[in-house]
Design a protein around this ligand. Structure first.
Ligand code: ADE
Length: 319
């Protein structure tokens, strides 16, 4: 296949400045450098495996994509974009999975990513129904710091949901799956005119998709703020705000903002969710902030939060 060339990264370790790096670090990787283990996750276009580097014994999550499937489904551009986004993010944020290597064989493409040992937020919700309000506050704070970093680099995630939020071994959050991400161009941002932002085809997951992505298939940073509202609702209550028997019914509810809060839902968290789940993207809390989401940081839900140092994650389980 010539139309889907994904070149591997050459690692340039700064620790070996002006010296020949060890052969192991510059050599191209192949599937035989890893022992593939259990499936960690499955998507429409990829499967993520736990894999161990046979040279270092380090564990990674390797995302494997079938070239023929990618070409058939016309997802080549998405794959290239995911790689580009991961390259832009590099290792400069603690809140995003890191891409270590890419390589390919005749049939497949491989992305070697950080492995998050404690699974995803959705599985955690399945285990314990919902997070304590203390955990919800902590992980929402980590998510906001992650979004500040991402949006500051001109990238919209577009598929934020509990499944794409992972827990590392130390229980810090790791945002994954940038396969639907969009790199905003100057044209997208032109005069900050929302209407001029480029139209896109529908991406994302039904329950977390923003109204503007449904009506004019446009998306921008505010679409991630909508998803943030859905995520806060779900981690606090255990259920998604917009539910229905079919995607169509879910979309109808989103467009009409048809949702309510279960009894006992934290009053302050409710206020935050209501300020994020707003039909007009411009009116969402944070939409008019610059660089940092100060209006989110200043919300009463985060009272007392030290944004310069969130401290260690609270215990996940009640003891
Ligand atoms: N599931 C999907 N991606 C993963 C990753 N990077 N680590 C752990 N589980 C995952």
């Amino acid at each position: 296949c010539v139309c889907l060339e994904v070149h591997g990264f050459s690692l340039c370790p700064s620790v070996n400045f002006n010296m020949t790096p060890p052969a192991e670090e510059v050599r191209k990787r192949t599937p035989s450098d890893y022992i593939f283990g259990k499936v960690l996750g499955e998507g429409s276009f990829s499967t993520v495996y736990l894999a161990k580097d046979i040279h270092t014994n380090k564990e990674y999550a390797i995302k494997v994509l079938e070239k023929a499937h990618i070409i058939r489904e016309k997802k080549t551009e998405n794959v290239m974009r995911e790689k580009e986004v991961l390259r832009i993010l590099g290792n400069s944020s603690p809140y995003f999975v890191r891409l270590y290597w890419t390589f390919q064989d005749p049939e497949r493409l491989y992305f070697v990513l950080s492995y998050a040992k404690n699974g995803d937020v959705l599985s955690q919700l399945e285990k314990q129904q919902c997070l304590s309000i203390e955990c919800a506050r902590y992980y929402t704070s980590e998510l906001i710091l992650g979004l500040e970093f991402l949006h500051d680099r001109g990238i919209v995630h577009r598929d934020l949901k509990p499944e794409n939020l992972l827990f590392q071994e130390n229980w810090h959050l790791l945002i994954t799956d940038l396969g639907s991400a969009k790199i905003m161009t100057d044209c997208d941002n032109e005069n900050d005119d929302f209407d001029k932002r480029r139209r896109n085809s529908f991406v994302g997951t039904a329950q977390f998709v923003s109204p503007e992505m449904l009506t004019d298939t446009s998306s921008s940073y505010e679409s991630d703020l909508w998803a943030l509202g859905c995520i806060i609702y779900q981690i606090v209550s255990g259920v998604m705000p917009f539910r229905g028997g079919s995607e169509y019914l879910v979309f109808q509810k989103i467009l009409k903002l048809l949702y309510d809060f279960p009894e006992g839902f934290d009053r302050v968290a409710k206020d935050l969710v209501e300020k994020l789940l707003v039909i007009d993207p411009r009116q969402r809390l944070g939409a008019n902030d610059e660089k940092r989401y100060t209006s989110l940081r200043d919300h009463a839900f985060f009272n007392g939060q030290n944004w310069d140092d969130l401290g260690p994650p609270p215990a996940m389980f009640d003891t």
